[in-house]
Design a protein around this ligand. Sequence first.
Ligand code: G6P
Length: 463
Amino acid sequence: PAARSGVRSDAQVLVASNRGPVSYTLGEDGSLDARRGGGGLVSGLSAVDDKLWVCAALGAGDREAVRRGVAEQGVRMLDIDAEVHADAYNGIANSVLWFVHHMLYQTPLEPVFDAEFRRQWASFETYNQAFAEALAEEAGQGAAVLVQDYHLALVPGMLRELRPDLRIGHFSHTPWAPVDYFRLLPDDIAEQLLHGILGADRAAFLTRRWADAFIGCCTQILGGTGRTRIGVHGLGADADFLRRRAHEADVAERMAALREQTGPGRRTIVRVDRTELSKNIVRGLLAYRALLDERPEWRERVVHVAFAYPSRQDLAVYRDYTAEVQRVADEINAEYGTPGWTPVVLHVKDDFARSLAAYRLADVALVNPIRDGMNLVAKEIPVVSDHGCALVLSREAGAYEELGSDAVVVNPYDVSATAAALHEALTMADDERAARTERLAAAAVALPPQQWFLDQLDALRRD
Ligand code: G6P
């Protein structure tokens, strides 16, 4: 699958990830529309020259772009067989590895390790091998290769076999599961995953906690981390970009529209997430319902603005979760709504300008994931907030390590405590809220994306 005509790039910095920086949609008239993505890696990499990004073609548009050779400068998309990709991405990466690292299995949502799993695992290996081969083909002598996330956990080991001259890094954007949970994976698979990452010179994580969990797995399952160094790089918010973007005209328009929807003078509790089980959106809604139920003084005076953008809709468990979010929001509106007040304003169509508008308006930000590698929303809101925003934050988000002392901290499973935290956040005195927001913003921008990426590159090249 990695076969390719043309010259190899000989790049000195290579990044590999399942989802790349650009995606294509195929119009009915056969036109191809390119859409550039955002995120820490995209801004991080913008500081680097002589680079190549290797990613997978994710849909029909991407595949057509590869077929037509409409290569974006500095990007190589791998047209991996669609079934192999579906097994690897939907089957293994998002149904098994994501669930293990976020500890999302609970009866009746149980892991199944049967013949079908083994078949999908073989696809996962094929998919990782395709990346390793493409990277081996493209990398210049002694180049630095930064492999991203659980999708590509086997790549470092495979790449080392092919190109021992390279400096290989692996970065996990997710939490890492504690050893007792990680061990629910079949023994040989657990070992293969750890060996895969330990093929890197350096394995890095978003927080100390995830790094320690990884070390714990390696120590107990393999007896140690071998020659691989372990790093921690806590990605921060991109303040310059966010502050500029949040003051463009389209954001102002959306603020006006949101104010119209929430009604004048009402407080807002804002959340912005992919619709993702780990984000714990339903318990957030239940906590809001408990607030309205137990503290009737908030009725008509507050609106929960919830943006839940569709994610991984090929998977039934995500589709069901999306439906449940909608159902619970509808229930709350039916139960408490009045002619002039809609308690929950739920938007599901991804709109970055509207997210920024909500960030600026928010009185309270609700970030209550069950587990989260970092959670950038928690960092972005204080940075762009217009008048200060109280942050209700799960202690299980990576961001808690940096923001915990100025947030109202919750156990994400505890709906009653989350309701109480929302009340505390809503009643926080103005000066207290402003002071905390300032400290949160300062902590949030400590390691902006470009620095985050350059630090990793330096550390990889240095030792
Ligand atoms: C998490 C993962 C990323 C992934 C993103 C979106 O942040 O760490 O690797 O790209 O979720 O998920 P998706 O499956 O849509 O790429």
